[in-house]
Ligand binder design. Structure first.
Ligand SMILES: Nc1ncnc2c1ncn2[C@@H]1O[C@H](COP(=O)(O)OP(=O)(O)OP(=O)(O)O)[C@@H](O)[C@H]1O
Length: 261
């Protein structure tokens, strides 16, 4: 378990036995076949409504995050990492259990509701406003955001619509907008994996700064190196359950033993 010496530390996120269930409509599949009909009848018998399938993505996860921590979320594909982050951000309801947060958590890329038909320039303003920055603050930080993103390194791209950006460029701009503000709780889902190495180094440095500025950072990544370079604590999820919670080295070593990477 993570460090038990909690005296003087300020909790920012408390997850208490969190369960998240997705409901998928029209997931009957193979409408005409006898087995599909049979499974529909059996499901109805268990009280599930017709054509609705449940996916229990997070199962009884509990942890407390403290101010100043950078916490990595690891686990194989479909283990529930993004789902857990979306629940912490308040974007998904819990089926059971509760999430308590101090301040408004920002999930990178969602809170900054970027529009693909608008230029990068307009999106910086829009994303800033969506995160609660004033027009004055945005004006002050505009150039810093554009420079950090590196969008204009190869020409004047910031005045082009975002739909013309590569996925890496769009991810860089989203990260830059989100990172321009000091967040109480900042959650980053795979952002570092999309940029090139130069951008990754820049964003890792910024994550460390955000931590020092007293926020809590959550980072979902499949790059063990990014997690090692930025996080001091790691939560390992598997099949929706919290398998391990502890210091980065300890958890990553166990994860690497298990996954062979
Ligand atoms: N919108 C959705 N509707 C139904 N099921 C979903 C939805 N989003 C995710 N799931 C399911 O929830 C489970 C957890 O998915 P989630 O995206 O949280 O995993 P993850 O650990 O972030 O995966 P990855 O590493 O591949 O990004 C999976 O079984 C997935 O199929």
């Amino acid at each position: 378990m993570a460090d038990d010496n909690t005296s003087g530390r300020v909790p920012t996120v408390i997850a208490d036995d969190v369960h998240i269930v997705y409901r998928v409509n029209g997931a009957g599949g193979g409408k005409g076949s006898a087995t599909a009909a049979l499974s529909r009848i059996l499901r109805r018998g268990k009280g599930e409504s017709r054509g609705v399938r449940k996916v229990h993505a997070v199962r009884g996860v509990s942890f407390t995050a403290y101010r100043g921590e950078a916490i990595g979320l690891i686990g194989t594909n479909g283990s529930g990492k993004s789902t857990l982050l979306r629940a912490i951000a308040g974007l998904l309801p819990t089926e059971h259990g509760k999430v308590y947060t101090d301040g408004q958590p920002s999930l990178l890329g969602v809170n900054a509701a970027l529009m693909s038909d608008l230029t990068g320039e307009r999106n910086v303003v829009l994303g800033g406003l969506a995160m609660g920055m004033s027009r004055e603050e945005i004006r002050e930080r505009y150039q810093g955001i554009v420079d950090f993103s590196g969008i204009n390194e190869k020409g004047d791209f910031i005045t082009l619509p975002m739909r013309t950006y590569s996925s890496g460029m769009a991810a860089r701009l989203r990260f830059s907008i989100a990172a321009a503000k000091n967040h109480d709780v900042l959650m980053i889902d795979e952002a570092l994996a999309t940029g090139d190495r130069k951008f990754q180094i820049r964003s890792e440095k910024r994550i460390r700064e955000l931590r020092k500025e007293a926020g809590t950072v959550f980072l979902v990544s499949h790059s063990n190196k990014s997690i090692r370079d930025t996080c001091d604590r790691v939560l390992w999820l598997e099949k929706g359950e919290l398998l391990m919670d502890g210091p980065t080295d300890e958890v990553l070593k166990a994860y690497e033993r298990e996954t062979g990477k």
